[in-house]
Design a protein around this ligand. Structure first.
Ligand code: DAH
Length: 337
């Protein structure tokens, strides 16, 4: 019944009556003794009692509207009553705009920060072979990261083919095909065999960075990351580097950024340390350069890798990783750029 009333309302809002003949046709069709309104009132008798109040009200409104329309045309006062039944003063129906996924917003922002200083964007496949994901990156054959626990192997009959566990695999592909100087970042999705929870997921996103040239220093790395942190988190952001280990860099470091919430004073988000870990980095191990066909006696460089979810979490205070992939519109529509 509601749909029929909706339909009639829509129908009359589109009708244009241009003369008295039209007005009479309109009257017969909608208000006549065998008209639409009459049949709606017939149907109304069968409406359950608890809905009678609402639907009855709507029917009365509709009747009133039909009578007003007719009266306005019949009174023949064009300057007072428009012959159009469309109410031009009614607000228009807007087309809802989609929003951009928070991870896409963050990725675009990071890409734009690095493209300002001359980094290109490169991509690689999500299904990788052992060479690009591990061996060329100096992972020893028995390294735990190759383990079935961490890696999704695609087909056990095809040796070492797996879903990439990090975007560092793209470094290898770039170095194999390009000559230095190389300045590139590689955003993409990566996969690890983790149980899904608020803090871990079986897929997430990383952005890898690579800079290869002659005489690149650790200071260049630090300066680049400092520029990045200030561009992303604001001029007052500071970074600190802690020694770490990755097979593909030597020396390696983990990078913390000063907590933007408490300005370094200590809060729940930074667990009262004043610092938040955002990425891993280091000078590219000469073994990696040589494996990729770049002469490590002539060239050197730095690399870094960060998790996009982690940065989005810091920017938007989203502390459950599952929200990023559940497609819940209540979550997604909150993000505008
Ligand atoms: N691939 C590392 C990971 O997934 C991140 C990383 C650390 C990338 C240090 C790098 C790097 O390029 O130099 O945890």
């Amino acid at each position: 019944m509601r749909e029929r009333i909706d339909y009639v309302e829509r129908e009359i809002s589109e009708i244009v009556i241009s003369d008295m003949q039209g007005a009479e046709t309109f009257r017969i069709k909608y208000l006549g003794s065998k008209g639409v309104l009459k049949s709606l009132y017939q149907e109304f008798k069968a409406v359950p009692n608890e809905e009678k109040k609402e639907i009855g009200q709507r029917l009365n409104d509709l009747k009133q509207r039909l009578e007003n329309v007719l009266a306005s045309v019949q009174s023949n006062e064009p300057e007072k009553h428009s012959k159009y039944l469309v109410d031009f003063t009614r607000p228009g129906r807007s087309t809802p705009l989609g929003s951009i996924h928070p991870l896409t917003i963050v990725r675009n922002e990071i890409v734009s920060i690095f493209s300002t200083i001359g980094f290109s964007v490169s991509e690689g496949p999500e299904i990788e072979d052992d060479w690009h994901n591990f061996s060329a990156l100096n992972f020893p054959p028995d390294h735990p990261a190759r383990d079935m626990q961490d890696t999704f192997f695609v087909d056990s009959s095809i040796d070492g083919l797996s879903l990439r566990t990090h975007t560092s695999s793209v470094q290898v592909r770039v170095m194999e095909t390009q000559k230095p100087p190389i300045r590139t970042i590689s955003p993409g999705r990566v996969y690890r065999n983790e149980a899904i929870s608020a803090r871990a997921h079986c897929f997430f996103h990383q952005i890898e960075g690579l800079y290869i040239d002659k005489n690149v220093s650790f200071a260049d790395l630090k300066q680049t990351l400092d520029y990045f942190a200030k561009s992303l988190f604001g001029e007052s952001a500071k970074i600190r580097l802690r020694p770490s280990y990755f097979p593909f860099t030597e020396p390696s470091a983990e990078v913390d950024v000063s907590c933007s919430l408490c300005q370094g004073d200590g809060c729940n988000v930074c667990k009262h340390t004043g610092w938040l870990e955002i990425l891993g980095c280091g000078m590219v191990d000469p073994n990696v350069l040589d494996a990729c066909g770049i002469d490590s006696k002539e060239y050197n460089g730095f690399a870094f890798g960060m998790g996009v979810e982690r940065i989005a979490q810091l920017k938007y205070r989203v502390n459950d990783l599952r929200l990023y992939s559940e497609n819940d519109l209540r979550f997604l529509t909150q993000f505008h750029f």
